[in-house]
Design a protein around this ligand. Structure first.
Ligand SMILES: NC(=O)c1ccc[n+]([C@@H]2O[C@H](COP(=O)([O-])OP(=O)(O)OC[C@H]3O[C@@H](n4cnc5c(N)ncnc54)[C@H](O)[C@@H]3O)[C@@H](O)[C@H]2O)c1
Length: 301
């Protein structure tokens, strides 16, 4: 029987789980896609940072890569780096917040390669603002890219992933999806959504043989701090990043994106659900679990 990735099983009222899992007789390890050579990956937000490193790392494993980004020139540059590793790559302009754009990406991926085995829903942006400074436009932008972008990817690619026989989905969340932090209200909300969706998907897709991982990085040396400078017109257009956030983000950027990508390769091969990157963020994750437990203690008093 499928091993639940939690110390306790699904909720007692979850009869739907029992139905979904009837006849499922593999462990997460058995369901893992260990051999990546000759298979194909689609990676969003692949023109920079973690997405670029994921493209190069999976290319290094012998995978052909669809390099998707809202900035086509950057995607093309990464596709050239991927090809230099001796595998095939196509660069596609895709706005993950736009359902039609993601559907077109899925069509392009199916044309380019036989089957899609790995989907990395990695594109993401950060509106730097506390809740009192979060504008409706920034809220909508965060949800559209960070949350809807993940759903749009899953929705558009599930038929191809199911058809591939062996498949895996990696959703990029953040430590901001594991515990709240000040000054990042919409971002934290969006990344909690990605974490919750990933857990739910893990259950739903296990019987289909599709593994799910959720990447929860701490600070990584990328261009994320300048993402508001590329905000789409329909969410209010570009705005300069407040200088205090730029400085704070620069201070937090300790890890190299290539090191993050190496962890993701391992997670896919082992069908690992949670993929944290910074051991020193564990104390905060534990503290948040403690906050929830304190609610149950309070209930019993
Ligand atoms: N850098 C960090 O410290 C850090 C920490 C935790 C989580 N993350 C997450 O990692 C992911 C990758 O970010 P990064 O740090 O590599 O930043 P980055 O800015 O270097 O790369 C993000 C890429 O996504 C692209 N993008 C933005 N909006 C898009 C859209 N609507 N459709 C398609 N592509 C789009 C950008 O053009 C860029 O190439 C994001 O989801 C981010 O939230 C980053």
């Amino acid at each position: 029987m499928y091993a639940w990735p939690f110390p306790v099983g699904p909720p007692a009222h979850g009869t739907a789980f029992a139905v979904a899992y009837a006849g499922t007789n593999f462990t997460p390890e058995e369901a893992a896609m260990r051999d990546l050579r000759g298979k194909s990956a689609v990676i969003t937000g692949a023109g920079s940072g973690i997405g670029r490193s994921l493209s190069l790392a999976f290319a290094g494993e012998g995978m052909n890569i669809v390099v998707a980004d809202i900035e086509l020139a950057n995607a093309e540059a990464v596709a050239a780096e991927v090809r230099a590793k001796g595998v095939q790559a196509v660069a596609v302009r895709c706005d993950v917040s736009d359902r039609e754009s993601v559907a077109a990406l899925a069509a392009r991926a199916s044309e380019a390669f036989t089957g899609v085995h790995l989907l990395c829903n990695n594109a993401g942006i950060v509106p730097f603002a506390s809740i009192q400074d979060t504008t409706p436009a920034n809220w909508d932008w965060a949800m559209a890219v960070n949350v809807n972008g993940v759903f749009n990817g899953v929705n558009a690619f599930l038929p191809a992933l199911r058809a591939a026989g062996e498949a895996h989905i990696v959703n990029t969340a953040s430590i901001a999806g594991l515990y709240g932090m000040p000054g990042l209200a919409a971002y934290v909300a969006s990344k909690f959504a990605v974490v919750g969706l990933s857990e739910a998907m893990r259950y739903d897709l296990a019987p289909l043989g599709i593994g799910v991982s959720v990447l929860c990085p701490g600070g990584v040396r990328t261009n994320i701090a300048s993402s508001t400078e590329h905000r789409q017109e329909r969410f209010g257009g570009p705005v300069a990043v407040p200088v205090e956030y730029r400085t704070a983000a620069a201070g937090a950027t300790s890890m190299e994106p290539d090191d993050v990508a190496a962890l993701v390769v391992r997670a896919v091969k082992e069908n690992q659900l949670y993929v944290p990157t910074h051991p020193d963020t564990r104390a905060q994750a534990d503290a948040r679990a403690g906050l929830v437990a304190a609610g149950y203690d309070w209930l019993e008093r």
